[in-house]
Design a protein around this ligand. Structure first.
Ligand SMILES: NC(=O)c1ccc[n+]([C@@H]2O[C@H](COP(=O)([O-])OP(=O)(O)OC[C@H]3O[C@@H](n4cnc5c(N)ncnc54)[C@H](O)[C@@H]3O)[C@@H](O)[C@H]2O)c1
Length: 348
C-alpha cells in the first residue's frame, strides 16, 4: 500500500513515517519544510538503512497550496502502477498565538491547502484520508473527560481552520459520491520521541508547549520553566492536560488506515489522547524522577484562554479502531529526554 504523508517532516509526521515504513507501506512525504528541517529526511534514511527498507520511501519538497505539485504526485504514482491508496494529511500551521496575529495565513495554508488536496484526491480517485484535527476545537471547557460529542467552540483562528476542514468533510461525506472514507483524528498533546533518539520534537524558537520547554530547561537551553497558575481547581493547583506518547499517537494513524480499509464510505471524528489528565507538577516530578535532572520553575499568573483540566475520553478510538495507548508517563520522559540529550540543539 502506498501512503502520501503531507507534513511528514514535522514532529508528528516523521514518527508516523517510521511506523508506516516498519509496517511495509510505501511512503511519499510532501513537506515545504516551513516548520521542519530537511535533516529529518536523512534521519528517516538512516533508520531505513538500519532496517534495509530503503526502496519504499521518497520525499518531495513542496507546498500543499500548489495544486500542480499535488496533481503530479498522483499522476506519477498512477503511471508507476502504484497509485496512492491513502493520504495522511498533517501539513499545516499549528501555533495558536501566531494564528491570532496572522489569521488569513492560517486560513490560506490550512483550509485552502486542504481544499487543494481534496480536489486532487477526487480527481485521481483516491478517497481514503486520515486527518490531523485538534482538541483545540472544543474550546474553553473543562468538562472532562471530553468525548467527540463535546460542543465545538474554537476560540482562535487556528481552531477555526480545523473546524472549517471538518465541515468540508461533512459536506463531502454527504455528497452523492459515496466513496469517501475519512478519519479526522482530534489530537490532545503528543509528546516524547521515538526510542531511537533519531527523531523528536524540535520547535522553532522558544517552545510554546510544556514538554519541549521542560526538556530544553533540563539540557540548559532555557533557564527556568514557567508554570502558569498554581491555584486552579485541581489536586495540586496546576493545570491538568492529556499528554500522549508520540508513538501511541502515530499508532492511532495506522489503526485508522486499517479501519478505513475494512469499511465502506465513512466519516469518523476520533479523539486521540492518553485518556489521563496529568498536572504540570506531576510532569515535572516524573521527569525529575526518570532523568535525575532538577527542573527549576517559577509560578506565573494564569494565561488567558487556559482551563483547569482538559483530557480525552478515548473510548471511541478503543472501540472503533481497536487502538489503545500503551506507553506510560515514565516512558514519555525517558524517550523525550533521550532525544534531547542526543540532539541538544535539535536538528543541527
Ligand atoms: N503537535 C500538536 O500538539 C498538535 C495537536 C493537535 C493537532 N496538531 C496538528 O497536527 C499536524 C502536525 O503537527 P506537528 O506537531 O507535527 O507540526 P509540525 O509543524 O512539526 O509539522 C507540520 C509540517 O507541515 C509542514 N507544512 C506546513 N505548511 C505546509 C505547506 N503549506 N505545505 C507543505 N507542508 C507544510 C511543516 O513544514 C511541518 O513539517 C498539524 O496540522 C497540527 O495542526 C498538532
Amino acid at each position: 500500500m502506498r501512503v502520501l504523508l503531507t507534513g511528514g517532516a514535522g514532529f508528528i509526521g516523521s514518527h508516523i513515517a517510521l511506523l508506516l515504513l516498519e509496517r511495509g507501506f510505501d511512503v511519499i512525504i510532501l513537506d515545504s519544510f516551513v516548520n521542519s528541517s530537511s535533516i529529518v529526511i536523512n534521519r528517516i534514511k538512516t533508520f531505513l538503512q538500519n532496517k534495509d527498507l530503503k526502496s519504499k520511501f521518497e520525499y518531495i519538497k513542496g507546498d500543499i497550496r500548489d495544486k500542480n505539485i499535488l496533481d503530479n504526485i498522483f499522476i506519477k504514482s498512477i503511471k508507476e502502477c502504484k497509485p496512492i491508496d491513502t493520504v495522511i494529511h498533517l501539513a499545516g500551521l499549528k501555533s495558536v498565538s501566531d494564528s491570532l496575529t496572522n489569521p488569513l495565513h492560517y486560513w490560506d495554508v490550512n483550509v485552502r491547502g486542504t481544499l487543494n488536496l481534496l480536489l486532487s484526491m477526487k480527481e485521481y480517485e483516491c478517497y481514503s484520508l486520515v486527518f490531523s484535527s485538534s482538541a483545540t476545537i472544543y474550546g474553553l471547557s473543562d468538562s472532562v473527560p471530553m468525548s467527540e460529542d463535546h460542543k465545538i467552540l474554537p476560540i482562535n483562528p487556528y481552531g477555526q481552520t480545523k473546524v472549517a476542514i471538518e465541515n468540508m468533510f461533512y459536506d463531502l461525506f454527504n455528497s452523492n459520491i459515496k466513496l469517501w472514507k475519512i478519519c479526522s483524528l482530534r489530537y490532545f498533546n503528543p509528546v516524547g520521541a521515538h526510542s531511537s533518539g533519531l527523531i523528536g520534537e524540535d520547535p522553532v524558537g522558544i517552545p510554546n508547549n510544556l514538554f519541549p520547554f521542560l526538556t530544553q530547561v533540563a539540557i540548559g537551553r532555557q533557564k527556568i520553566l514557567k508554570v502558569f497558575g498554581d491555584d486552579w481547581d485541581t489536586k495540586d493547583g496546576s493545570g491538568v492536560r492529556d499528554y500522549i506518547h508520540i508513538i501511541d499517537l502515530a499508532d492511532g494513524h495506522l489503526a485508522s488506515i486499517d479501519y478505513l480499509n475494512s469499511n465502506d464510505s465513512c466519516l469518523e471524528f476520533i479523539n486521540l489522547g492518553s485518556g489521563h489528565g496529568y498536572s504540570v507538577f506531576q510532569i515535572i516530578r516524573q521527569f525529575e524522577l526518570t532523568t535525575g535532572r532538577k527542573i527549576p520553575f517559577s509560578i506565573q499568573g494564569r494565561r488567558d484562554g487556559d482551563v483547569a483540566k482538559c483530557y480525552a475520553d478515548i473510548s471511541k478510538a478503543k472501540k472503533l479502531l481497536g487502538w489503545t495507548p500503551k506507553r506510560s508517563l515514565e516512558q514519555i520522559c525517558l524517550d523525550g529526554w533521550n532525544w534531547q540529550i542526543k540532539n541538544p540543539n535539535g536538528y543541527c
